[in-house]
Design a protein around this ligand. Sequence first.
Ligand code: 3HC
Ligand code: NAI
Length: 685
Amino acid sequence: MAAMSAVVDLSVDGDIGVLTINSPPVNALSAAVRDGLAAGVAAAVADPAVKAIVLHCAGRTFIAGADISEFGGAMKGASLPAVQAAMEDCPKPIIAAIHGTALGGGLEVALTCHYRVAVPSAKLGLPEVKLGLLPGAGGTQRLPRLVGPEQALKMVTSGTPISAKAALASGLIDEIAPEDGLLEAAKAFARRPNLALVKVRDKQDKVEAARATAPEMFAQFRKDNARAMRGFEAPEANIKCIEAAVNLSFDEGMKVERDLFVPLMMGLQSKAQRYVFFAERQANKVEGLPADAAPLTIGSVGIIGAGTMGGGIAMNFLNAGVPVTIVEMKQEALDRGVATIRKNYENTAAKGRMTAADVEARMGLLTPTLDMEELSAADLVIEAVFETMEIKRDVFGKLDRIAKPGAILASNTSYLNVDEIADVTSRPGSVLGLHFFSPANVMRLLEVVRGAKTEPAVLATAMATAKKIGKVAVVAGVCHGFIGNRMLSSRQAEAMKLIVEGATPEQVDRVLYDFGWPMGPFQMSDLAGLDIGWSAEKSKGETIRDRLCEAGLRGQKNGRGFYDYDAQRNRTPSPVATQIILDYAAEKGVNRREVGDEEILERCLYPMVNEGALILAEGMAQRASDIDIVWINGYGWPVYRGGPMFWADSVGLAKVAERLTHYGYEVAPLLARLAAEEKSFTGQF
Ligand code: 3HC
Ligand code: NAI
């Protein structure tokens, strides 16, 4: 037995050399791992006792990819292609033994092994596209040779890994091993007599078979996925590589892959997406939380209010197998809420993404009731009733008397002061905000609002619970609208000013759509409903919104808003809304003018950045990257632009500050200081 390096070990079991990578947390291909692998393969080749080699990993997973933290820095150690060439050309068969995830460079290493064996729970994929990249170590050329171009195309453009079962069916792996007998199964495979030295690069049948019909297949694929890929550079580069695999020789295809990889790696989109990868993981870490702030156990959840949000929130927990008791005031509202949850599940089942038994299992975990007393055993209760302080305080007062000691009491409020809600209870330390985003069963963001008295263990539990239900949690302080809605207000206010000054809602929406948003502010208002938070009694016709609502415009729900909608939801600018805007402008004495696209973009986005700077300076967000995570996961900020703070950094803070001043804004002190010092919010520029 010989230790090749601190992270790669070679041991010999009879005639099999076992190379073990041990580089926590995910055995990423750092310089040390690459060097260790190169030395390990050389040593196994040199050892006459070794007839075949098994490559496997210690810890939770097979190699999870290149070491992303090394990207952008100077290259050290053996190059990955050199290590792969040594493996592929190795005169002794190498068998990859895969558990956990074989992703990116990890799968690309496995593709240079002669055989692949995996446990049933393993996942295999090329997720580079999610980092704004393409698989740069031969993945785009070898994968289609094993699984065929059509499946390879799906895998590289979606980045979604496939299961071991699917991998076996498509030819990506050679055998499925027992869950707890991977190494033994891989060794047994290695001992098979007359194992040929199969090189994936030499396999031609699947790519050749696809060649005749390939042009139509690629054209169709581009058409079908145009919307999902809009704005991103990496998916098209990935498609081009698969095309090369079909149409060119292996070596020519490798050249295409390399030529397309480099500009992506150097580009701003990948820089943004790599930043987001780490930012998302960092968001879950709460600064200053004592290590003994052990999460409490959440075995059951109560939800108050079965409206738009309550039902969606419930689904998150039902999906995670946590029983939910949901409370309403009236039977009708309760029935409606439960029926909506069921309908959502049934729709998912109809699309084949869930079985009928799954639907029943989830509904079986749900207890609907009109009696709040039934929340006495819940470990966590989330309130999602109307957005009114008096109602929320009333609910929390009752809840305080009912909930068991130690239960966590959370509000889903969008704007209200969580401390004022906490103060009606006898246990403000157990109270916090859990601000889900609509639709709550879909949107990944959860703002965890830390009250003045929220105890560390309660906060830690909220963060752990968020992870358990698949949310990206960001800690926010108590302020009006927290991080997301507070910044949104500044954008919406500016968008309204722009349409009074002369831009049209359609123009504003187009500019923001072209920037990469899924929709613009006026489409969003129409979708949310123009009458959210509006009341006919209190309306005095003072704002454009008041006047739209008074004229019966409600948005998409009644087909009339800033746009008119037909039955297919196609939209055309509303003449009624247009007239209301023109009248309003005339009344205010505004000289309408043509507003340029650049002005629209700057005036919608820079004030958000300014607000973000205030939020940061006030300590309402822990770090600039948390703000970016909020915007990407809660509002559809295009991930390839890295979020508002990263984007502002990429534009240059001096320019942002100068334009804000130009438009009459007071520049936030933090932004002004960073601009003057030529620094950035995120430290990325
Ligand atoms: N490089 C560097 N660090 C990585 C990493 C990678 N490829 N993958 C994960 N990590 C780190 C995370 O930052 C995290 O660090 P932290 O504990 O300090 O926050 C730690 O490993 C654990 O990661 P997760 O919290 O994400 O753990 P999970 O168990 O939830 O998920 C995983 C594990 C599925 C492997 C997930 O981390 C993942 O998807 N990783 C990225 C995989 C990937 O994108 N690979 C492709 C890289 S690009 C490439 O290979 C280019 C090649 O073609 C040349
Ligand atoms: P909703 O009006 O759809 O649902 C509220 C439900 O609470 C109603 O069904 C009502 O009958 C019920 N309710 C009221 N008082 C109750 C009581 N005392 N006991 C039991 N049930 C009671 O409202 P929605 O949209 O679900 O909003 C709920 C909360 O979530 C609000 O605080 C809102 O600000 C917040 N929120 C809303 C978002 C949205 O997009 N709709 C997004 C994020 C947060």
